[in-house]
Ligand binder design. Sequence first.
Ligand SMILES: [Zn+2]
Length: 260
Amino acid sequence: MKETEKKESTGSQASANSLASSRRGLLRGLAAGGLVAGAGLSLGAGPATAASRRIARQSASWTPPNSPSQAEQELFVHGNDRWKMQAQLHPREYADTRTPLVAAQHPWAMIVSCIDSRVPPELIFDQGLGDLFVSRTAGQVLDGAVLGSTAYAATKSYVKLIVVLGHQGCGAVQSAIERKDNPGTPNFPPRLEFLTDRIKDAIPPAGTPNRENLAINENIRRIRNQLLQEPQISPRVAAGTLNVIGARYELDTWIAHKIN
Ligand SMILES: [Zn+2]
């Protein structure tokens, strides 16, 4: 996406939500994908034709990100921008991707995200098969299995970026706040307490303004910082071949952005 388009697309929620804006975004996305040429927008073009064109476009131009910064760019500038503008390409979903992936996969990023049904990483970053390792737990809480999964990803040189992805309105964080404020609640399920226990230290004191959002952000930071200390991860980060960042997805604006 061109720089001018990117600036315009980072505008207000109202503009992101307006039908006019969405249609402009769709047309831009189609133009960027070369789909506007010829009869691509005619009503007579059936699904098979559209799919064929999409495959041709993807195969011709796709090169996986080869550095942490390229991976970040692909997710947050290109992919999420398409999602935000409702101009998704749904890349790498078809036979020309599925068939070669039988033999091997080389995902270039890992997303450690929440289970929330409104925040599927492949959708909000508009990526396809073979692009992302994804680990999902409520509140993107870490346990031995998730740490093992990130360690595995970090041993693969083709993985350039690990993103800890939290989000607006996270039910796991809300539950942790509820639990912290009412520690005496009887019969709180131990399996849920496992989750809230791991989030509680990120929660500011009761009465803090914007408390839930601060807790969501701090939970992201703490998980990112923990991953940065993992023995399979920290040497690669020091060498510049892998990065671990925190990010947050906003349900109301459809924007994914970094949390520092
Ligand atoms: Zn959540």
